[in-house]
Design a protein. Structure first.
Length: 309
């Protein structure tokens, strides 16, 4: 194992710590990060390109080998998280920009760290990867449609513009990553060893930039957003677990579905919020980025000790 691999493995294994550290840096030293607002979409593209490099036919064979399990995970994700976001926004009478921000992150595909958490939880990693891949690939249709349906109560939503943005910052980089892997397989496999490092750098920079841009809004509305984000995430795990149990899935599958349901691609949420809505709408995504990595790590550790009875 060379130096880059060792650093990458260390950074990947301490991911949550780096997210928290850069969130703190973004808050207390915003001047170092506010200039990076225009790079959020690029950084997300880097993460998605890395995802494309790691995708293989095996990830999609799972979809055809056990389509019901994957369907349960994808439907559960897009049913539970957007619905929870809407219910919380209405029940807690959230201000329009915060409500839209919560719904926005709720309508995003599965998070980039969920597969790592599934692995740490001793869950069904193949299922988790397939659910994450499918939820991401259908995001250009699912995410704008759900945002328009649920957030249209507060403001007008330009679904066509959202569709194009998701295509450009998610689908195009993934496709490019898949093409590069197909053309340069050996080089792609070698570079994939550094992906945890590259992805972590990109994610923590997105978090720091969004926190820096919204420091004032976080101080002003941080407590209510923190409460909503924690509720959204924890209830997402809980409902995801019982949704999988409802269909008779075993414990390893339930672990994967739970984590794929509750963990969102909040980087995409931050990028879309920054491009299409008031900056305040990006705050739930920023806080979600920090919180779901903490909660995901805790849940994965607890799950790892649970065995099928």
């Amino acid at each position: 194992m060379n130096t880059v691999e060792r650093i990458s493995k260390f950074v990947g294994g301490t991911f949550s710590v780096w997210v928290i550290l850069f969130a703190i840096l973004g808050f207390f030293a915003p001047e170092a990060f506010v200039g990076g607002k225009g790079y959020i979409s690029f950084l997300l593209g880097v993460i998605m390109f890395g995802m494309g490099l790691t995708l293989s036919s095996a990830d999609f064979r799972e979809v055809f080998r056990r389509p019901v399990d994957v369907l349960i995970g994808v439907v559960g994700h897009y049913l539970i998280m957007p619905s929870l976001a809407y219910v919380l926004a209405v029940t807690l009478h959230l201000p329009p920009d915060i409500a839209v921000g919560v719904i926005l992150v709720g309508c995003c595909p599965s998070g980039t760290a969920s597969n790592v958490m599934t692995y740490l939880s001793k869950g069904d990693v193949a299922l988790g990867v397939s659910v994450a891949a499918v939820s991401t690939l259908i995001a250009p249709i699912a995410t704008p449609a759900l945002i328009s349906l649920l957030a249209g109560h507060w403001m007008e939503i330009n679904t066509q513009s959202l569709f194009m943005d998701i295509i450009m910052v998610v689908i195009v980089p993934i496709v490019l990553g898949v093409i590069v892997k197909a053309l340069f397989n050996k080089q792609a496999e070698a570079s994939a060893k550094a992906l945890p490092l590259v992805s972590t750098i990109a994610i923590v920079l997105i978090v720091a930039i969004v926190v820096a841009i919204n420091k004032g809004k976080i101080v002003e509305t941080g407590l209510i957003i923190f409460a909503v984000v924690i509720l959204h995430n924890v209830l997402g795990y809980l409902l995801g677990y019982f949704f999988a149990k409802l269909f008779g899935l075993n414990l390893t599958k339930r672990k994967a579905i739970t984590l794929e349901t509750g963990m969102q691609n909040s980087g995409l949420g931050a990028a879309l919020a920054a491009a299409h809505f008031n900056p305040l709408a990006a705050v739930p995504s920023a806080i979600f980025s920090v919180w779901h990595n903490i909660s995901g790590s805790i849940l994965a550790t607890w799950f790892a000790k649970k065995e099928e009875k």
